[in-house]
Ligand binder design. Structure first.
Ligand code: GDG
Length: 731
């Protein structure tokens, strides 16, 4: 486990709620997923929790503010962010709950797009950034939570460039078509990418995020590592667990037992169904009620024999959709109870309030069935808590396939939350399930929950965050700093025989969707010319381009040229020659295959060079292209087995040519040509690694961009390369 210096947990709400009544200030620990979940982990470390305490900052005096702050710090290790009524209205009730919440749960019809709410969301995220920056120390780990603070990682990164920042999203991350609706999608993505680690409950949400960043921002990822400009961001899934032991032990608590007795007295020996939710449209309460009505209608033998305790905790009561939902639920409960109640029996015990912890445990504990049927839910801890209280192994969980928890709790009865018949059948199945089967199913799930509890979840997150810090250190060591640059320029100045091996695309110019548009503009020719005119220099451009393009752009210059990744070379002021005898007979067999791939992969195309064929897929849909590229590699491998032709992967291209011809082989020829006393090689992709690999120890090798590389240094982008070359030319 990582040694944690100090942990700053940042969330919208503090785990303590403060109320002021009759000039008296009261402090109460909050209930809810994050507060209860992280509570125990947080208490066992040197941590500070930063968030809003629940009071309108405009309605408390300066003296009270100071008093509250002192008490929060000393008694609860909490640090308040001051928010007033407008903030809460526009940021929390507004953008968070009227835009992000419905959109991310795919309730697009409820989402509002309001610039004023967005502006406030930004403003409050900045406020949080200021508060965190105020108290953060250099070695602190900052862990930001949830959808209310998605811009915070970026704002913090601007203030604390070297901080370790993790972000965890507790709600689902929607698919591309849904996320794309958000007018401020770019800013939200950039906000999240300020973190070193972005965590989600399930692989599905993580995959949505990776796909969206690739689609919208053009950032590629490798096994969940996104290479952004100058930094790597890890994306991974961490299914949040519960404090299993706390729930298990609570069953034995005296207060819980008293509650169990009280409930039993009221309910007799009837079967009991329980459901626990915030009253929210994502929770599928309406469908659940309809399904229960259907169950009673179709199974008269159960009437009078089963009671459903339905706990609905009031939530966002001032938002219109929630008011409407409340009316609908009241109406349905009334209808079902009115239709089926009998003497001494009400089908649904509807509690519209929150209950004490021990009451909750008693409800879980006496229930035969727990109904968890959200239309969409990030994780759902209720499902897990119910299982934890089932110490005798009895009880049946009915769980929506759209809750994150369904990924781990496959032994539950899994239902589609929109299919009322399926839910009604599941209720019957659960109430009739033999005890041995209940125990068998629960044993597996309980074991899993016990192992991967909330502490394990938090430690896992911290471990990966620490791994990212080490990775950052490794990259940091390779960064081509001002000091490195100064040294390189000094050595260049002193040297008499210098060799400069330069890749073209992605190194001297940025990539363009149309390769012919990536021309050497903006003074590049002048820079190369200046370098080439120095008699102490030999400049070579080693590219994958065809020779006629290189000839057109650089033919006039006194430099070496290498085309088609080493198939062709031209000495300064010499003629083009091939490195060995080559033929192109094989092309007629391979080209039809590539054409098939172009037909099936919109926006991809073929480039034909004299001794190679290239399939370009930069503009194609990245997911489709990924599958096709792998298929094409397989097809070529199959077709060219026992020949000397093979496929080579480059940056969004697959090039098919003679095996063994690569940039490294051609570069060797140049390196061994003379006794150089200075060599620099700069390149950006896989094909340039072959050059780095053959260089002598004293040579400078520089990779453009991040990623695993054999080069000694990494430089940010092609602009920096051009600056460096210009400086060499002028020195
Ligand atoms: C999010 C995501 C994700 C509820 N009523 C009472 C009460 N509770 C406690 C439960 C449970 C929690 O509240 C609700 O758990 P959820 O999983 O539904 O979480 P949310 O707070 O809605 O929020 C969700 C979660 O974050 C964690 O990442 O699972 O998908 O939406 O712990 O026990 N507790 C008490 N009385 C109540 O009346 N004492």
């Amino acid at each position: 486990m990582v040694k944690i210096q100090r942990l700053l947990i940042v969330s919208n709400r503090l785990p303590v709620t403060i109320a002021k009544r009759d000039h008296k200030i009261s402090y109460k620990k909050s209930v809810g997923g994050l507060a209860t979940g992280l509570g125990s982990f947080y208490e066992s470390y040197d941590s500070v929790w930063i968030g809003w305490c629940g009071l309108d900052a405009d309605r408390i005096s300066g003296t009270d503010k100071e008093k509250i702050k002192r008490r929060l710090i000393s008694d609860y290790k909490c640090y308040p962010v001051s928010l007033n009524r407008t903030d809460i209205d526009k940021y929390y009730r507004g953008f968070c709950n009227k835009t992000v919440w419905p959109l991310f749960h795919c309730f697009t019809q409820y989402a509002v797009w309001d610039d004023r709410l967005w502006e406030h969301y930004k403003r409050v995220n900045r406020k949080f950034a200021e508060t965190v920056a105020e108290i953060a120390k250099p070695d602190d780990i900052i862990w930001v939570h949830d959808y209310q603070l998605m811009l915070l990682p970026k704002f913090l990164r601007e203030k604390l460039p070297d901080a370790q920042i993790g972000f965890f999203l507790h709600i689902p991350f929607p698919p591309l078509e849904v996320f794309n609706l958000l007018p401020w999608r770019d800013e939200v993505l950039e906000g999240l990418l300020g973190a070193d680690l972005v965590g989600f409950h399930t692989y599905h949400y993580a995959r949505n995020f990776l796909e969206i960043t690739r689609h919208i921002k053009g950032y590629e990822h490798k096994f969940g590592d996104i290479a952004t400009d100058g930094r790597t961001v890890r994306v991974d899934c961490f299914p949040m667990g519960i404090d299993f032991e706390r729930f298990e032990k609570a069953v034995e608590n005296k207060k819980t037992k008293r509650n169990v007795t009280k409930f039993r007295k009221e309910l007799g020996d009837r079967k009991i169904i329980v459901s626990v939710d915030r009253l929210d449209y994502t929770k599928g309460i309406v469908n659940r009620l309809k399904a229960f009505g259907l169950f009673l209608a179709r199974n008269p033998e159960f009437r009078g024999k089963v009671t459903w305790i339905m706990l609905a905790v009031p939530s966002r009561t001032k938002v219109e959709h929630y008011k409407q939902l409340k009316s609908k639920i009241d109406e349905l409960v009334g209808k079902i109870n009115g239709k089926y109640s009998g003497l001494g029996w009400i089908p649904i015990w509807y509690l519209y309030r929150s209950v004490q912890f021990e009451e909750l445990i008693a409800m879980y504990n006496i229930a035969d069935v727990c109904l968890v049927t959200p239309i969409k839910d990030g994780m759902n801890l209720v499902a897990k808590e119910f299982l934890a209280t089932k110490t005798d192994g009895k009880g049946v969980l009915i769980l929506s396939e759209n809750a994150g928890a369904a990924c781990e709790l496959g032994e539950a009865i899994i239902i589609n939350p929109n299919n009322k018949v399926e839910i009604a059948n599941a209720i019957k199945k659960a109430l009739s399930m033999p005890v041995e089967e209940q125990i068998k199913r629960n044993e597996v799930m309980r074991e899993r929950l016990k192992r991967y509890n909330v502490t394990r979840w938090a430690i896992d997150f911290m471990d990966i965050l620490d791994e990212m810090d080490k990775l950052r250190d490794k990259f940091r060591k390779k960064i081509f700093t001002k000091k490195n640059k100064k040294k390189l320029v000094e050595r260049y100045r002193k040297a008499k025989n210098r060799l400069l091996l330069l890749d073209y695309d992605g190194t001297l110019v940025a990539f363009d969707n149309k390769p012919l548009n990536a021309m050497p503009e903006g003074g590049l020719i002048e820079t190369i010319k200046t370098l080439a005119n120095d008699p102490k220099n030999e400049v070579v451009i080693i590219s994958g381009r065809d020779k006629s393009t290189l000839e057109k752009w650089f033919g006039e210059l006194n430099i070496g040229l290498v085309a088609e990744h080493g198939v062709w070379l031209r000495e300064p002021s010499g003629n083009w020659e091939t490195i060995e005898h080559l033929d192109d007979d094989w092309k007629k067999n391979i080209r039809p295959i590539l054409e098939q791939f172009v037909d099936r992969t919109p926006k991809s195309f073929i480039e034909e060079k004299e001794f190679s064929l290239v399939w370009h897929y930069r503009k194609a849909d990245p997911n489709l292209a990924e599958i096709r590229a792998s298929d094409l590699n397989d097809a070529i491998m199959h077709l060219t087995a026992h020949t000397d032709i093979s496929a080579m992967e480059g940056n969004k291209v697959i090039e098919i040519k003679k095996t063994g011809i690569n940039k490294g082989r051609t570069a060797s020829r140049w390196v061994s040509k003379r006794d150089w006393d200075f060599i620099v090689s700069i390149g950006d992709d896989r094909t340039d690694e072959d050059v780095f690999a053959i260089l002598p120890d004293y040579a400078y090798s520089i990779k453009v961009g991040q990623g695993t590389t054999g080069a000694k240094f990494t430089i940010e982008n092609e602009k920096e390369v051009r600056k460096l070359l210009k400086e060499l030319g002028e020195s």
